[in-house]
Design a protein around this ligand. Structure first.
Ligand code: AMP
Length: 357
């Protein structure tokens, strides 16, 4: 892998053109790069801020190859890019982060095995391939437990809770009778996350731990930094980010979602090998926000300073929350970010607002 930094004017490609791709493209442009977006969807949010957009299916090998040929480095905005697409991209261009980060996080069982082998704790879990397996799995995890598809889950989709053994069959049907993981319920006090970046040189810089509030499996609020964090927790979160970032040999931003237990112990829920919704506050409240930080890492530049200059309270604008845009635009303490999505749907992330100080 070439370690020399990409000069301004280089082309950085992004696989995926949703809101994360859009904010990455803006940050890339600010550093002087030309950002190309590849997405199957014409008129996707990132396409309208990028230097160039490529619209083709993920499975169009010729289109992926043509895109990769033009790019000096390629990154992605979501972890469910098909492995074949990633394989082509990485043969032709510099893929940052690399395929390992995707392979170890696309499948929930592979991911949890990796986390535990790295010496970091998760909830108890078991693989489920059939309704019969589910009974054995319940014996391993105890109840309540949550059944999740192994792949392609996001924002609480592809998940069903099992509270008593009688719920098992319904849960198996609800997730579409496919390869799954059963996870024991974490008796968490709070949900936290740590967003960090790992440079091409292996240096890791982390943002402070934040506290997250979810509703219906979707992130609603992030409070940054999290309150009531003692030195031991802060140190442990830093160690977790270090060991997982190094274990993935990651390049770029990644997020670790954590459950805080009553005794302050931290369990890892999942790793996102990309910029993350719980890091959106950093673009307004830190010297170098997560989107710039990611583009710096992808370009092989030194990482920026993640230190906050303000506290931040980030609220997602979900579905018709965005109808309040005029009031939000009039609030001097609110930093408003809208994603340019053409239509409002329930549960769709339309934008976010960060209140500083
Ligand atoms: P996920 O898509 O795995 O991040 O899950 C979405 C949300 O569901 C999490 O942020 C938690 O609020 C909840 N959740 C997921 N897994 C568990 C678990 N094993 N125990 C308790 N709550 C969970």
């Amino acid at each position: 892998m070439s370690q020399s930094p990409l000069a301004p004017g280089s082309i950085i490609g992004i696989l995926g053109g949703g809101q994360l791709g859009r904010m990455l493209a803006v940050a890339g442009a600010e550093l002087g790069f030309d950002v190309h977006i590849y997405d199957p969807e014409p008129d996707c949010p990132a396409s309208r801020v990028a230097a160039r957009s490529w619209t083709a299916p993920w499975t169009d090998a010729g289109a992926v190859q043509g895109f990769a040929d033009r790019c000096d480095a390629i990154t992605f905005e979501f972890e469910n890019v098909p492995v074949e697409t990633v394989a082509i991209a990485s043969r032709v261009s510099e893929l940052r982060p690399g395929a390992r980060s995707l392979e170890l996080t696309q499948d929930r069982i592979v991911e949890k095995n990796f986390i535990n082998e790295a010496g970091v704790q998760t909830v108890p879990y078991a693989a489920v391939e059939s309704l019969a397996d589910l009974t054995d799995a319940i014996a391993q995890t105890g109840l309540p437990a949550v059944l999740k598809t192994r792949r392609f889950g996001y924002d609480g989709k592809g998940q069903a809770w099992i509270r008593t053994a009688a719920d098992a069959e319904q849960a198996w049907t609800a997730i579409g009778e496919q390869s799954a993981i059963l996870e024991g319920a974490a008796a968490f006090k709070r949900e936290l996350s740590i967003v960090a970046a790992r440079g091409l040189d292996g240096v890791i810089k982390a943002y402070p731990l934040v506290e997250n509030v979810h509703g219906d499996g979707i992130l609603k609020l992030t409070r940054a930094p999290a309150t009531g964090i003692n030195d031991a927790m802060r140190k442990r979160a830093g160690e977790i980010a270090q060991v997982l970032g190094d274990g993935l040999d990651h390049v770029g931003v990644f997020a670790v979602e954590l459950f805080e237990l009553a005794d302050g112990e931290l369990l890892v829920n999942e790793i996102a090998p990309r910029v993350h919704n719980t890091g959106h506050w950093t673009m307004d409240a830190c010297a170098c926000g997560q989107f710039e930080q990611h583009m710096r890492a992808v370009a092989g530049w030194p990482l920026g300073d993640p230190a906050p200059h303000s506290t931040g309270l980030m609220s997602n604008l979900i579905g018709h929350d965005v109808d309040d845009w005029q009031a939000l635009a009039a609030d001097p303490r609110a930093r408003l970010h809208l994603y340019g999505k053409r239509s409002v749907r329930d549960g769709r992330k339309m934008g976010h607002v960060t209140r500083l100080g």
